[in-house]
Design a protein around this ligand. Structure first.
Ligand SMILES: Nc1ncnc2c1ncn2[C@@H]1O[C@H](COP(=O)(O)OP(=O)(O)OP(=O)(O)O)[C@@H](O)[C@H]1O
Ligand SMILES: [Mg+2]
Length: 376
């Protein structure tokens, strides 16, 4: 298990104050779980990972792995990276040229001055090479592998030490879309089979959702939300998270009050009054943004079956795009344009009336920061 508490890491800058790359980063990863740091370029993901590895020296905080403190500003502890026993695959993975696949994978064991016999090393290396499906290439020169195979070799080299913690920084970034999908499955399988506690860094939200037990969304050096993929996707706490994790409709509104029949908050918006789900506490007159995913905007040609407590309205088809598996509708409701992702069997032509239904559970009201502050 990994605990990161109040981690701060800075870089000196030529002029002016230092760059605060990781600020008050706090999270916990139970043993055997797959945890992802997700966020836009420059938000501090690599910095956080390198701080855990010991490749950067933080200015404050604490890092504990399986009960062993590897960094603590308070206790003045800093265990050097080569004594942490973590496996790491870097953003730009590096395999050693002029060495065979086998020699590359065996390298961490050879340099670790262990008392392992050549036979023991051979067994360990072949086990990890077969885990990443490279055993048949063991004797080939490493540079004569495809990009995807080289990336798997980098992973094998990180696995061979049987690390307490596996740190992966965008390990699939150099692969084409198809290979990336396949490697994703493979990575997940290896992680599960070996029960490896894994910290994964990516700016690809699809990858994060597909692989992780838990995701920490980062922005400007800070973690802004931690949760399961489903929690993060369905109940984002901020506009940033809602926007970063996939496509969403943002509808500005004002809280009218609590709807006593349903126990939901009622919000006045340009798309009509709607009942919403709220993660934070709301209050009448508060300015909020309602986030709803396009796939949660249901459309019907006939008046939508109302159902108790569901938001129903109607609009006009303004645009539509056929995408094979689904069809995207842009629907004008008064001045407001709502995006709906529907089944391809929906064929309502542009200019026709269309009925809309939204489950309040999927309409997430996020307080606007300034008004949330006023209400607090
Ligand atoms: N060696 C360095 N010296 C100075 N500033 C740095 C250094 N490395 C990173 N930074 C800065 O620290 C911040 C965080 O960088 P980091 O590499 O952690 O981002 P990231 O989230 O991994 O981004 P990406 O998705 O582009 O890899 C950025 O503002 C970056 O410019
Ligand atoms: Mg990075």
């Amino acid at each position: 298990m990994l605990t990161v508490k109040g981690l701060n890491t800075e870089y000196p800058s030529q002029k002016g104050p230092p760059v605060k790359a990781a600020q008050d980063v706090t999270f916990e990863v139970p043993a055997g779980k797959f945890f992802t740091l997700l966020g836009p370029s420059g938000c501090g993901k690599t910095t956080t990972l390198r701080s855990i590895a010991g490749l950067e020296r933080p200015v404050g905080g604490e890092i504990v792995v399986n009960g062993r403190t590897v960094y603590s500003s308070e206790k003045k502890i800093f265990i050097p990276p080569n004594q942490r026993n973590f496996g790491m695959v870097f953003q730009s993975y590096a395999i050693w040229p002029h060495m065979t696949v086998f020699a590359n994978a065996a390298f961490p064991l050879e340099v670790r001055k262990t008392k392992m016999t050549a036979q023991e090393i051979r067994e360990k290396v072949m086990r990890v090479l077969s885990a990443v499906a490279l055993e048949q290439y063991a004797d080939r020169e490493a540079t004569k592998l495809s990009g995807g195979q080289q990336q798997r070799l980098a992973l094998a080299r990180a696995l061979v030490m049987e690390p307490e913690l596996l740190l992966l920084d965008e390990p699939l970034s150099n692969l084409d879309a198809k290979l990336r999908d396949r490697m994703r499955f493979e990575l997940k399988r290896i992680q599960r089979e070996l029960g490896l506690t894994t910290i994964y860094v990516t700016h690809d939200q699809g990858e994060a959702l597909a692989l992780s037990h838990e995701i920490a969304v980062m922005n400007e050096g800070r973690i802004v939300q931690v949760g399961t993929p489903r929690e993060i996707y369905e109940h984002p706490r901020t506009k940033f998270v809602a926007d970063f994790i996939g496509t969403t409709n943002f509808i500005d509104g004002t809280v009218l009050g609590m709807d006593t029949a349903t126990g939901r908050w009622n919000v006045r918006t340009p798309a009509g009054d709607m009942l919403v789900h709220a993660v934070q506490t709301l209050a009448p007159n508060m300015a909020v943004t309602v986030s709803i995913r396009p796939e949660d905007v249901e459309v019907f040609e006939e008046a939508a079956p109302a159902g108790s407590g569901l938001n129903t309205t109607s609009g006009m088809v303004d645009q539509k795009v056929f995408l094979g598996d689904f069809v995207d509708f842009q629907i004008k409701i008064g001045e407001f344009t709502l995006l709906s992702r529907a089944h391809p069997s929906m064929r309502t032509p542009i200019g026709d009336k269309i009925h809309v239904r939204m489950n309040p559970e999927k309409c997430v009201a996020i307080p606007d920061i300034s008004s949330a502050r006023n209400a607090a």
